[in-house]
Design a protein around this ligand. Sequence first.
Ligand SMILES: [Zn+2]
Length: 481
Amino acid sequence: MKKFTVGIFTFLLFSIAAIAQNGTSFYATMDAEDAISFKALYPNEMQILDSKDNQAAVFLSEEVAHKIHDNVRTHGPGYIFRASEEKALLALNKVPRRNSVIDFTITEDILVNECLDLVNGQNIEDNILELQGYGTRYHTKSQAVQAVMDQQAKWDDMILASGRTDVHTRIYNHVNTPMPSVILTIDGADTPDEFVIIGGHIDSTTFGNKNDAPGADDNASGISSLNEMVRVLLVKNFVPSRSIEVMAFAAEEIGLVGSAEIAEEYANNGVQVAAYVQFDMTGYKGSNSDIYITTDSYNSSQLNDYLTDLMDHYNDSGAHSFTYSFTQCGYGCSDHASWADNGYAAAFPFEAAMGQDNPNIHSSGDVYSFFNTPDHAVKFTKLGLEFLIEAAKPRTLSVDDFSENAISVFVKDKTLNYRLNNTVSNVKEVSVYNVTGQRIISEEMNDEAGSIQLQQFAQGFYIARFTLENGHAFTKKFILN
Ligand SMILES: [Zn+2]
């Protein structure tokens, strides 16, 4: 985080160098006021093609792009790379925001709390050190490609160990960077075409030597927080109702290149993304509150409200408590802007108030020892789990987790009676769903046998879902007559 103070000495030195070498230029969009400021400083290295509202389409040299990244008051690059003049101009006309299909309810207390208990900071620490150990993950370096391949292998190992066949990974190759992205998908059991997505960038940068870009906080911390979420979801054998995707993006630091190509493809293909949440920098606690929700205009205020509702519900007191506040991040500040740019509901919870975040990012000093604890990142993993489980919801109409013999049910006088065999733990909650998958009744239970009154419901076909104290859940079909 650096202030917009370009010294006159830097300016003169840079201008002479830039005019002399005539480096490659490219199209981008950026904040309109910043565009005017930089155009004044670098008149020969930058063109403003058009502007609308507070956004400008520009053609600029790589050198000016570096200056913008270094000086604009934003976390990320401060501009969004556009592959052509046409795309830059089109981007000025915003895509109308698509309605989210999620209902923003909080219903999965038992499972969420059990998942929060499993979050292990040591895994996050190990993972950050591992990513820092590449030395650099700058998008043109071979180490960046290796980090993505190793990330895929890490996920594949977890999936193999879980025995799951509904979880997959894929490499996403890009047009505008040699670095690939990698995506993990947990297929939705009920509505696989609706996606709840969480992601962060796995590349790194420095303003000096590109071979020395450890990127521990920016953004090994975010990737490590995501990996711990995936681990917990697989340990709990979580099968979502909607599909979940976890993404590690290439080349965020040069203008959100990886996420922009993926988000654009999803939008072009009409993919229904229910919500997108970005994790970029989770390691360094620089402010009084813990998690800072960014409230920039391109973010979804509805999704932001949901994240604060989740934290009010799950993190207000007890073992998993932490605090939150609000901040602003700036133009094109991280990959969530790519999703917002394509009309999707996006949010970005950040590590500190903007300006109080890790001062060492984008330098060789962005190493783990500077913050030296996974405790802050753990809070983000917890928020991420709350978001993924509540937004994607557990499967509803599904086959039994357990054997047919785990429970016996019978219906008499419009009352559902159940009894567990003695190899499973007690039932915590019984819910009944109608054939459309809508939950019509839910009762807390605390015995191995019990009953639930269904007199008010019509005759027909129903599904009972039993959630056990150990977090497992399974279903039984029955007919009410
Ligand atoms: Zn970052």
